[in-house]
Design a protein around this ligand. Structure first.
Ligand code: SF4
Ligand code: SF4
Length: 460
């Protein structure tokens, strides 16, 4: 037995009840969080900015649960999916549903990209589901309903494979991770007569299912699609499945081919991460907001639609223009086709985006620490939010003063580390020197923006 087979994670994944118990626990947590947000609402935008941190459910969902999902995906892979309550729900309803095959539209991956786009532009930046607990609860219930309905209509776990709005995000970030699920020995799979890991008769078992993510374990070559549900650990009768260590960003170095839907998704996320990180500092925020503010002002747009326009400009138009310009240069100067050009740009920029998303997760979780003084005494958070509106000095930020210098150093190191990884990936890419130079300039502009802003903000 080698090291990988002995490490705890594989023992836990082989245990019949470990993951499913955690899924039931997260389902219970999910229900409690929905309950904690229902009925807590406001029309006051400024009040909502405080309420989002004083309502216990909202604080957990957006400042801890969500950042933790991002962090685990980047560092370890899609481990969140292995305990996600939606997988449990959709697989459970799949047992009694119509089991229709997903059509070409679902399989294209664009449903995931568009679902995420709607949540980002309408949900977050127009309706503020991240600030108003009642809206957060409605959003979570909507997700749950989509998981139930898709389980009833489509076969296997179509929700996880083709609908989940964060499927591409976790899949793309998991390519950076230093862990991956593979078979121990492909020769064993070649000789395996039963193929229990894909056998139809195992598709709807509660524990020890064959893979319902359309994967055949010996053919897995990258981390994007395996949701680490651990079912094949249990269904493989030859004990041939293992989660093992691998080189950081191995899939990016190997030049994985992405779909258009994944690339479209990533273009949007790279714009989103710029906004999320650079709007933490008022100087860089002014720079980031210059174009959307100008558009809103020129078109005389006010109210919540301002947020819609801001999101469209920052997450679609500007990143779309950025990637298209560099792809055009690659087309003209390096004679590459569109898909290859975009693919190389996305793989090159991904480490910077992932490292900056990781930083945002860290900034969010730490900056909310002072609110924990209040949330247990007043879980719905309305009274606390009113009190903090009148007496903001009651928020004790002492701990943040201690943490800030360390976070500053981590911020600069993460941005520099992302840049270095991006350049190493470009060096390995199978492309001409001209094409590599174009990718390097794109990374330098994108990653340099973070490095310069964060260095100026945190260290000077
Ligand atoms: S993973 Fe296990 S069940 Fe699947 S083909 Fe290989 S040995 Fe057989
Ligand atoms: S290969 Fe399939 S069954 Fe195995 S962990 Fe990944 S998603 Fe689950």
């Amino acid at each position: 037995m080698n090291f990988e087979e002995r490490i705890m994670i594989n023992k836990l994944f082989k245990n019949r009840y470990f993951l499913i118990s955690l899924q039931f626990l997260t389902l219970l947590g999910f229900v409690l969080l929905v309950y904690g947000g229902i009925g807590i609402t406001t029309n006051d935008k400024d009040f909502a900015k405080i309420l989002r941190n004083t309502n216990l459910a909202n604080l957990i969902v957006w400042s801890y649960w969500w950042p933790l999902i991002i962090a685990t995906a980047v560092l370890f892979g899609r481990f969140w999916c292995s305990i996600c309550p939606m997988e449990l729900v959709t697989s459970f309803f799949g047992k009694t549903g119509f089991r229709k095959k997903p059509g070409i539209i679902l399989k294209s991956g664009w449903v995931i990209t568009l679902f995420y786009l709607v949540i980002l532009v309408i949900g977050i930046h127009t309706l503020a589901i991240h600030r108003i607990p009642q809206y957060m609860a409605v959003y979570m219930l909507t997700l749950l309903m989509v998981a139930v309905v898709s389980g009833l209509i489509w076969e296997k776990r179509t929700f996880c494979t083709h609908i989940c709005p964060v499927g591409h995000l976790l899949g793309l970030y998991s390519m950076v991770a230093s862990k991956g699920l593979r078979v121990k020995d492909t020769a064993v799979c070649r000789d395996c007569k039963t193929k229990d890991c894909i056998s139809k008769s195992n598709h709807y078992k509660l524990i020890g299912r064959s893979c319902t993510s359309e994967l055949f374990p010996p053919k897995i070559t990258d981390n994007r699609s395996c949701i680490l549900c651990g079912q094949c650990h249990k269904s493989c009768t030859k004990d041939n499945i293992v989660i093992r260590k691998r080189k950081i960003a191995a899939d990016l170095f190997s030049g994985v081919r992405l779909s258009w839907a994944e690339m479209g998704f990533f273009v949007m996320v790279s714009g989103f991460v710029i906004y999320e990180v650079l709007s933490e500092w008022k100087v860089s925020k002014k720079f980031v907001m210059a174009v959307p503010d100008w558009v809103n002002h020129s078109l005389n747009i006010t109210g919540s639609v301002e947020g819609t326009v801001k999101a469209l400009v920052l997450f679609i138009i500007l990143p779309g223009v950025f990637y298209s310009l560099f792809a055009i240069l690659k087309r003209i100067l390096a004679k590459e086709d569109w898909k290859t050009s975009f693919n190389q740009l996305v793989l090159a920029i991904l480490p910077v985006t992932a490292s900056m998303h990781l930083l945002k997760a860290l900034l969010k979780t730490t900056s909310r620490i002072p609110y924990w003084d209040f949330v247990f005494g007043d879980p719905n958070g309305v009274t606390t939010a009113q009190m903090l509106t009148e007496h903001p000095e009651m928020l004790n930020k002492g701990i943040l003063t201690v943490l800030w210098p360390y976070i500053g150093i981590i911020a600069v190191l993460l941005s520099a580390g992302g840049l270095v990884l991006s350049f190493l990936i470009i060096r390995k890419q199978q492309q001409s020197n001209v094409s590599k130079l174009i990718s390097a300039v794109a990374v330098l502009l994108y990653g340099g923006l973070f490095l310069v802003s964060l260095t100026m903000w945190r260290l000077f």
